[in-house]
Design a protein around this ligand. Structure first.
Ligand SMILES: [Zn+2]
Length: 343
């Protein structure tokens, strides 16, 4: 197998599924608004922003970044600029955004305002660049179950065709993922017709068993991260047999967990194990990454060839919450790149 090429990796039509909206803000805009609006950041150098000692360290910055938003117009502008920047470097075709209604409400931006801003900015980008989108509101894991129910309440009170799923961000103060704690909220979201995702198997305190337990108990449609599934070969086999989809973020795993870009990187091992892996940035501005960079980590640094990378792109389509006609079109675009059958 020979490694892919930057040209192929750029041209490949891509779907991104694990993308926290606040982190799609352009570095220049984040720094400018922070300066103008009196929001303290750890550094005014974009490269320095991406230096962390761990997830908790990172989350301080993630939460500070929400504080630069002042209006629905700001949300629309960031949404539009994020897509424009992505298509300038890679062939992004569809993206789903994790958005935390609680964090914005704390700033005086209620969910209907945020949702309207997202739809406005992302629709403008879709018209201009042809990039489709879905919105996945997230509960805040640093808060309690009542707060998570309240977040879901406000989401369900404002239905919109673009709101396709429900997920989570941040982390409990004890540093444990504890995915099953959210079971009652996930059950309600599922009953309301939302598709489900959760951050599990990301950090050192998580176990392989907790990943599949979360999938089964919460009825997840896909998993964000999931790396610690690798700690138990029997669980890997269970996940593979069940067709669990893993939305992996190679650069954030490298920065937060110290995995080098070699054969031991969990994304490399998960691909080798035959799991359904797709690629995302997680937090573009804070990990100084891009979707193109994530594909280059796999296609160049980890050395996987065009066949494998094409399959990752197809996995992203399958794991997305897009309508079936959109999925069929995206698959046809991917297969057409190498002259394959369009079906
Ligand atoms: Zn994430």
């Amino acid at each position: 197998m020979s490694a892919s090429t930057p040209e192929f990796l750029r041209s490949l039509p891509k779907t991104e599924l694990h993308c926290h909206f606040a982190s799609t803000i352009r570095p220049e805009r984040l720094l400018r608004w922070a300066r103008e609006r009196g929001v303290p950041l750890p550094s005014d150098d974009p490269a320095e922003l991406a230096r962390y000692t761990g997830l908790q360290d990172f989350l301080v910055l993630f939460n500070a970044a929400h504080a630069v938003f002042r209006s629905g117009e700001d949300v629309a502008l960031v949404a539009y600029e994020g897509v424009r920047a992505a298509v300038a470097t890679t062939n992004l075709r569809y993206r789903e955004y994790s958005v935390n209604p609680h964090n914005f409400a704390e700033l005086g931006l209620p969910w209907p305002v945020v949702l309207a801003g997202l739809v406005e900015g992302l629709t403008r980008a879709e018209e201009e660049f042809g990039v489709g989108f879905g919105i996945v509101p997230a509960l805040n894991r640093s808060l309690d179950l009542a707060a998570a129910h309240a977040t879901l309440d406000v989401v369900l009170a404002n239905p919109h065709p673009a709101v396709v799923g429900f997920g989570q961000d941040d982390l409990a103060a004890d540093g444990y993922e504890s995915p099953l704690a959210w079971e009652p909220v996930y059950a309600r979201a599922r009953a309301a017709g939302l598709r489900l995702t959760a951050h599990v198997g990301e950090i050192a305190t998580s176990t392989a068993a907790s990943v599949v337990e979360a999938v089964e108990v919460l009825h997840l449609d896909r998993v964000d991260h999931g790396y610690h599934v690798l700690d138990d070969p029997a669980v890997v086999e269970r996940a593979r047999a069940a067709g669990v989809h893993f939305c992996c973020t190679p650069k954030s795993a490298h920065l937060l967990s110290g995995w080098a870009f070699d054969a031991q990187h969990p994304v490399a091992r998960m691909i080798e194990a035959g799991l359904s892996v797709n690629l995302s940035t997680d937090d573009e501005v804070f990990f100084a990454t891009s979707l193109q960079a994530e594909f280059e980590h796999v296609g160049l640094d980890l050395g996987f060839g065009d066949d494998v990378v094409e399959q990752l792109a197809l996995n992203g389509v399958t794991a997305s919450f897009a309508p079936e006609d959109v999925k069929a079109r995206l698959r046809a675009e991917i297969r057409a790149l190498r002259g394959g059958p369009p079906g």
